[in-house]
Design a protein around this ligand. Sequence first.
Ligand code: ADP
Ligand code: ADP
Length: 220
Amino acid sequence: SEIILIENLHKKYPNGTYALRGVSLKIKKGEMVGLMGPSGSGKSTLLHIIAGLDLPTEGRVWVMGREVSSMKEDERADFRKRHVGFIFQFFYLLEDFTALENVALIGQLAGVPDPVRKAEKLLERLGLSHRLHHRPSELSGGEQQRTAIARALILQPDVLLADEPTGNLGIEEGRKVMELLVNLKEEGMTLLVATHNVDLIPYFDRIVRLRDGRVVEEGG
Ligand code: ADP
Ligand code: ADP
């Protein structure tokens, strides 16, 4: 029941940098895995390739049994939209829109029925019922990140990929965000969270460590 299967992944950027040097990995449905390693070890590159945002130079990636690494660009974009949620260190919310609009808009563009009602329910669930009509600049970092999580969830992804989701947050806000991610896992979500923050270790079921583009340790 692997939801993500990665086989001998290599990534060489056009400028000659080797970001991944033969990564193989399996992630099971319902796991919350920490992808750890120092800055520059290849964590972001790996997440981007799993999400189909970038292609490997060599090797293969399957998500939900579909080989993402062999899809054409349009197909990859469509697959990502329907199956893979992405959370970033910087939240990338639209500044001219409220929290509710930021979430509902993504649902609406994707043809989700009743997107405003759905966005409202998600934001309420993430503890933001009092922030629906605030703009990102009026929200704390943690509230912005929770809005970004709601924006990912409105498309009902099967997998959530998070790149340093607490990297821009204070300790308390980071803890809250991690607890929300754990709640999602308990409801059946599969999560892969890249971070170099060792304080996050207790939240994970399993840790995969990267160093210089290689897996150096895979917890069980
Ligand atoms: P991490 O997320 O662990 O910090 P990255 O995947 O961002 O690691 O980076 C891995 C290596 O690839 C680093 O040496 C980084 O500078 C390089 N890199 C990342 N993105 C690019 C890019 N678009 N072009 C060239 N090199 C890149
Ligand atoms: P992280 O802290 O997650 O490793 P970075 O700040 O290294 O993120 O990278 C942010 C973005 O910049 C990534 O999407 C990556 O593709 C790009 N990037 C990183 N390093 C390089 C690089 N050396 N040359 C070009 N682009 C890069």
